[in-house]
Design a protein. Structure first.
Length: 345
């Protein structure tokens, strides 16, 4: 047993230190990024925010809307050929959608079938809760052999050593985050996790040293947190709860006291296991929860609010582009982020 005594930080533990800026307006900030991926050698350009592959978020309707902003969506593992075919009617959609799978035989077979019928899709998201198993690294390497020209996203991990291992196994982009999500209870059920800001800082450094990229997955509660993820070195930021509850995500609307709500739950929750796998296996516990969130109608307003917040962050620190945000970032450790005397935002 050992204890690491170095302090690790979350998004809520820091604020950006403002710096002198030559920017006259938020309008001048360019949020587009251009990447070339290590193994696939493919290039990508867009706004590097990704909708998480969760029910109600990683959906076709969300993908179509976000693609209009040049933002990405990782579809849930359950989408079938008919739904994927429906996506192909949208122009350039292949650049902004990742097809997801787990490491199970059935899940991988489904992915192979989808790619056989829809070869234009360029991104594969290999998604498991615990990316630390030897089997996971082996699986990533096998998928890389099978699809040398696809851009592979793999995770989740939170440390530099495992980030490097996944990159060396064939991942172009490593997904970073264990337990920070709004409907994730992994930290409560298992006692395992890592503060997200520190995880992003350390994993980004490890991936960039090998010419690869990372996604900061989870932990964002506001546009400011998204900006902090980029400031810490993330190439992409993945959002779940912040994009949930919109009409594009589908789901049953629940009326309560003249208000409309939608249920949102974690991918490892009892609800998700019941819906997709026939129930929670006897050897495991639920690592997610179900909540009701207020129905928010169109996604467009939420997206514009997030992008506007990031642009404003860039102007405060003097970054004319999203690419330069991390170079302009100095974080200040804080005990309190904002005045909540009239309630939390």
């Amino acid at each position: 047993m050992r204890i690491e005594e170095e302090i690790k930080l979350d998004y809520s533990d820091v604020l950006f230190r403002p710096k002198r800026s030559t920017l006259k307006s938020r309008r001048e900030v360019n949020l587009n990024r251009k990447y070339k991926f290590k193994h696939s050698k493919l290039s990508w350009e867009g706004v590097p925010i990704i909708a998480s592959n969760m029910d109600g978020v990683g959906e076709v309707g969300i993908a179509k809307k976000l693609a209009s902003f040049k933002m990405m969506t990782a579809l849930t593992k359950q989408h079938g050929s008919k739904e994927i075919k429906n996506l192909e009617t949208s122009k350039s959609i292949h650049n902004y959608v990742a097809l997801s799978c787990g490491t199970g035989i059935d899940s991988y077979a489904r992915l192979k079938n989808l790619l056989k019928k829809n070869p234009k899709f360029k991104f594969i998201c290999i998604d498991v809760a615990n990316g630390y198993s030897e089997n996971f690294s082996y699986f990533v390497s096998e998928v890389r052999k099978k699809y040398p020209n696809k851009t592979i996203i793999a995770g989740n991990v939170v440390t530099a050593d495992m980030t490097q291992e996944l990159v060396l196994s064939g991942a172009d982009i490593v997904k970073v985050g264990i337990g920070p999500g709004s409907v994730c209870t992994t930290r409560i059920q298992t006692g395992v996790g890592y503060p997200q800001l520190s995880a992003v800082l350390e994993c980004a450094d490890a991936a960039h040293g090998l010419g690869a990229h990372i996604i900061a997955d989870g932990g964002c509660t506001s546009p400011g947190d998204v900006a902090k993820g980029f400031g810490a070195g993330a190439d992409f930021v993945m959002l779940g709860g912040m994009l949930a509850g919109h009409k594009e995500g589908g789901g049953n609307i629940i009326k309560d006291n003249s208000k409309d709500y939608i249920e949102f739950y974690g991918s490892s929750s009892e609800e998700a296991n019941e819906k997709h796998y026939g129930g929670l296996a006897s050897y495991r516990s639920s690592e997610g929860k179900k909540v009701r969130i207020e129905y928010r109608s169109s996604l467009e307003k939420t997206v514009k609010d997030i992008l506007g917040g990031i642009r404003s962050s860039c102007t405060y620190v003097g970054a004319p582009t999203l690419k330069q945000l991390s170079k302009c970032t100095t974080f200040v450790r804080v005990n309190n982020q904002y005045n909540d005397v009239f309630g939390k935002v």
